[in-house]
Design a protein around this ligand. Sequence first.
Ligand code: ATP
Length: 235
Amino acid sequence: MLTVDGVTAGYHSVPVLRDVSLRAETGQVVAVLGANGAGKTSLLRVISGLLPLQAGTISLDGEPIHQMPAHRIARRGLVQVVEARGVLPGLTVEENILLGLLGRGRLRPAVRQEAIARATTYFPWIGERLRAYGAELSGGQQQMVALSRALALDPPTLLLDEPSLGIAPALVDEIYERIALAANDARTVIIVEQHVHKVLAVADRAYVLRRGAVVLHGDVAELRKGNRLEEAYLS
Ligand code: ATP
């Protein structure tokens, strides 16, 4: 479980997150919504240790992580997927997926096999395209490879920044189905997304940010009643 409590953070002492609190439990998909510049990406960066916080606390399964460097937070199983652009065009699909494991020492064959097996469980087409180069893939396929790279680490906590960005609508649905599966496999998934309807179809809880502050949050089923989400998001 991930708990963000009263977090204020910013760039060059200009706060872009103000007193933000968020809770995400194991097995849940949590959506972070808001207009451009609302602070969504900054919230993910502060959770993964890339942006220092000025006030507040962040804990993972009850243990404070907000003073840890990003690599130690990652070692605790919190992995952030930063858009699909991290797929290297000159490496094969297999190499791209295994890239995330390299930081964990020598790649034993069993670890390698397990990572690829996990990727193909989520995205069966990947098994047929392991030797294809990153450059040959569509934007949607690259996003799936980026997700597979993260899932290869078997992370208990997964942060996703705009998984639908620049992707054909049919593939967006597939990506979201797999993200929901990933959460079912006892993971906590936090998604920043502009495609509100896509993410709400799989999210359990949602937080709406406006100018760095949470203006609405709760269970998606509750929030859907009476258009509260639409009002908060559009006003
Ligand atoms: P988007 O959907 O456009 O990415 P967002 O909700 O993710 O928006 P952030 O990217 O977190 O918002 O940006 C929040 C605010 O912080 C914006 O005003 C932005 O200009 C500012 N900001 C973001 N990154 C930096 C940076 N590296 N240095 C200074 N200011 C930044």
